[in-house]
Design a protein around this ligand. Structure first.
Ligand code: UD1
Ligand code: UDP
Length: 371
């Protein structure tokens, strides 16, 4: 019998960070062929991750265009995938999470009757406008996936309530935790950390489509006021390469001596920045999983989260996107050591770092037995 061919498709930075550990696990075992297709929805930010994990894609659809919209990404991925699926004829397609790459790749696999494995399945806000368009993407992928790899029991519950076959839902933890275990080092140094030494370091990221415009301006104004009002605080903000985000950050934050705007960091650097930070402010998804594992409080500058486990664990707090609310929440954590201590507790609701191994085991079994 010929070996099974599993095609892993991803295109953005966060997908790559969470899929590379699985690629490496499948390749290490060598019992199934692991073929990697990157869509190139991101370019430089994707390459940073591939370089870190030494993953060389078999296919690169190179779809990224500056200022691409959702039509651009979805249609280019869908058409590109048609060629890849016809050339490879994989036994399974694996996608991750909720990006337009994952949605369009799963749609392509569905059109070609190829079973789909959804890594990081079952996250939900049930609000299609937040996060947008990700909540739609993940629900749509869930509709056509055969295997649902849920990071937590709560994610499994969502899938059960939606009527998915319980025997095809697996709680594995999040592969992002697998990645985190290989990056954080006690002897890590960086010139930006040297600059911030002696101050409390805020790490900032922001990029969500629904926050572009006024919400993002409000976030940045709050952050500017914080560093201007509290002398022993410095902030490092590795800015997403989205030109719209960069324009707003530049307009609102440039000239502020206590905030360093820098280019996106390679993931091993970024994880070490998180581990040295005092407080994290973000609208990112993945950072909401990493920070609880590191015991770092996070103010989530969003109205909803699909990661309530971190809120329940006490490490995440949703602030919304209003300037006053962000400023007040941030001040509380910086002014009140007890409030800070309550949030700064290492808890890891996202598994024990063996998610990739578990997913590889499940796939090997399923493909060997035609399930
Ligand atoms: C995408 C995902 C989002 C994910 C985020 C991670 C969708 C709909 N959105 O949003 O779920 O949280 O990635 O960062 O799939 N750019 C570059 N170089 C890069 C990457 C981006 O120049 O390496 C610029 C390009 O101008 C691009 C723009 O950023 O057009 C936006 O990228 P895009 O992937 O469309 O959207 P994100 O906001 O990054
Ligand atoms: N990250 C990184 N470099 C940076 C900022 C973030 O490697 O400069 C990592 C971060 O550790 C997390 C992931 O990128 O694993 C989050 O990606 P992003 O915020 O772009 O997307 P989201 O998680 O919101 O989908």
């Amino acid at each position: 019998m010929s070996e099974s061919n599993v095609l892993l498709v991803f295109g953005t930075r966060p997908e790559a960070i969470k899929m590379c550990p699985l690629v490496l696990e499948l390749k290490k075992r060598g019992r199934m062929k692991a073929t990697v297709c990157v869509t190139g929805q991101h370019r430089e930010m994707l390459r940073q991750v591939l370089r870190t994990f030494c993953v060389l894609p078999d296919y690169d659809l190179q779809i990224m265009r500056p200022g691409q919209d959702l039509y651009d990404v979805t249609s280019r991925v869908l058409l590109g995938m048609r060629e890849v699926l016809r050339a490879e004829r994989p036994d399974a397609v694996l996608v991750h999470g909720d990006t337009s790459t994952a949605f369009a790749a799963s749609l392509a696999a569905f059109y070609d009757h190829i079973p789909i494995g959804h890594v990081e399945a079952g996250l939900r806000t049930y609000d299609l406008s937040s996060p947008y368009p990700e909540e739609y993407n993940r629900q749509a992928i869930g509709l056509c996936a055969r295997w649902h790899f849920a990071p937590t029991q709560a994610a499994r519950e969502h899938l059960l309530r939606e009527g998915k076959d319980p025997s095809h839902i697996y709680v594995t933890g999040n592969t992002g935790i697998d990645a985190l275990q290989t990056t954080v080092r006690a002897d890590y140094t960086h010139p930006e950390l040297d600059w911030a030494r002696g101050s409390r370091l805020l790490v900032i990221t922001a990029h969500r489509r629904e926050n572009l415009g006024q919400p993002m301006r409000a976030m940045f104004r709050a952050l500017r006021r914080i560093v201007e009002d509290i002398p022993d605080v410095k902030a490092v903000y590795p800015i997403h390469l989205n030109p719209e985000v960069r324009r707003i950050a530049d307009e609102e934050l440039s000239g502020c001596a206590s905030i360093h705007l820098i280019d996106p960091l390679p993931v091993e650097d970024f994880h070490n920045f998180l581990s040295r930070s005092y407080l994290i402010l973000t609208d990112s998804g993945g950072i909401q999983e990493e920070a609880p594992a590191l015991g770092k409080p996070v103010l989530v500058m969003r109205d909803t989260t699909e990661r309530p486990e971190g809120v329940q664990a006490g490490t995440l707090k949703l602030t919304g996107t209003g300037e006053e609310a962000i400023y007040a929440a941030c001040r509380t954590l910086l002014d009140d050591p007890q409030a800070y201590r309550r949030m700064a507790q290492a808890q890891n609701p996202y598994g024990d770092g063996t998610a990739s191994r578990q997913i590889a085991d499940i796939l090997e079994g399923a493909l060997a037995h035609g399930q």
